[in-house]
Write a protein that binds this ligand. Structure first.
Ligand code: NAD
Length: 307
């Protein structure tokens, strides 16, 4: 009998479907690291989201493990190379959350451009700040998308429908996709200098760490709005806080942080800032995305187990 351990909260579909296929499933979301290390030798399949860190010591202890399944996209919490070197398959469901993240980005842009978060806070505090802040429309503005993969492309499509001009930058050749969606491909500097909104959708590679830092903020348009739903490490948080306090950046919306939850003093100051929208990494946290991810993942696991 194949045994699967699930260590983070996932859609019940995964538990039910794996069981239906004869897999013995232990659902232990929130399991401690010590317990994980103690029980992992009993399992052929490990299902995680981003909380569980599948590091070398976990992999070394997991002597029966055949599959590590990430219910989501990012594999940065898994030592993929090491797992592969031990003959373990690492799978994910990258396409499952694209629409949910893209919709969140559009919501973030409107919320930031109209300072909804600030107006909401002031009214709740007993104020009525009508006429105090003048927002901007998205229509006709330039959206710069860094990383033109699945999510970047979907954001571009939705933004075009609203009437934004979209320019994109990627490290790979994305010209064909750009032509199809009616967007311009530009170099990194042009994107940084000429965008009214910048939304980041890169995968986290060593190159992407702090790719938006002091130098980039200096080059940006005054009053730029920054959206990050990719990975927190892409932006230098201290430089972002400074750019916000200097008035260079008008508003920021973040679904990800360098430390989740925030712990450094500058991160705490940033998330409390009235012009910052912060959500706790909820990009894929919709019923639809979780179900889609579950279906994709279960299909892949069953296929591999049957090979
Ligand atoms: P993807 O792999 O389809 O696209 C990523 C794109 O970024 C690729 O085209 C790649 O070439 C490009 N890229 C990589 N490094 C780059 C760099 N330094 N400069 C410019 N471009 C670069 O990934 P995706 O599915 O579109 O996901 C994008 C990001 O969103 C990932 O970081 C993923 O982890 C994150 N994500 C977050 C959530 C959430 O809950 N907030 C959910 C899903 C995905």
């Amino acid at each position: 009998m194949v045994r699967a351990l699930i260590t983070d909260p996932v859609d019940e579909y995964i538990v039910n479907e794996l069981s239906r296929h004869g897999v013995i499933v232990d659902y232990k979301p929130g399991i401690s690291r010590d317990e994980l290390l103690r029980v992992i030798p009993n399992y052929e399949v490990l299902v995680v989201r981003s909380r569980t860190k599948v590091t070398k010591d976990v992999i070394d202890t997991a002597n029966k493990l055949r599959i590590i399944a990430r219910a989501g996209v990012g594999l940065d919490n898994i030592d993929v190379e090491y797992a592969k070197s031990k003959g373990i398959e690492v799978i994910n469901a990258p396409e499952g959350s694209t629409q949910s993240v893209a919709e969140l980005v559009i919501g973030f842009m409107i919320t930031a451009a109209r300072l909804v978060m600030l107006q909401d806070r002031l009214v709740k505090d007993g104020g009525w700040p009508k006429g105090k802040y003048v927002g901007t429309e998205l229509f006709g503005k330039v959206l710069g998308i860094i990383g033109f993969g699945r999510i970047g492309q979907r954001v571009a499509e939705l933004a075009r429908a609203i009437g934004m001009k979209v320019q994109v930058y990627d490290v790979i050749d994305v010209r064909d996709k750009a032509i199809k969606l009616g967007v311009d491909v530009v170099n990194f500097e042009t994107l940084i200098k000429d965008s009214d909104f910048i939304s980041i959708h890169v995968s986290l590679t060593p190159n992407a760490k702090h790719m938006i830092s002091e130098r980039e903020f200096r080059m940006m348009k005054d009053g730029v709005i920054i959206i990050n739903t990719s990975r927190g490490e892409v932006i230098d948080t201290r430089a972002l806080l400074k750019a916000l306090n200097d008035g260079k950046v008008a508003a920021v919306a973040l679904d990800v942080l360098e430390n989740e939850p925030p712990r450094e003093p500058w991160e705490i100051e940033l998330v409390k800032h009235p012009r910052v929208i912060i959500t706790p990494h909820i990009g894929a946290e919709t019923r639809e995305a979780q179900r889609r991810i579950a279906e994709i993942l279960v299909n892949k696991v069953i296929k591999l187990l049957n090979e």
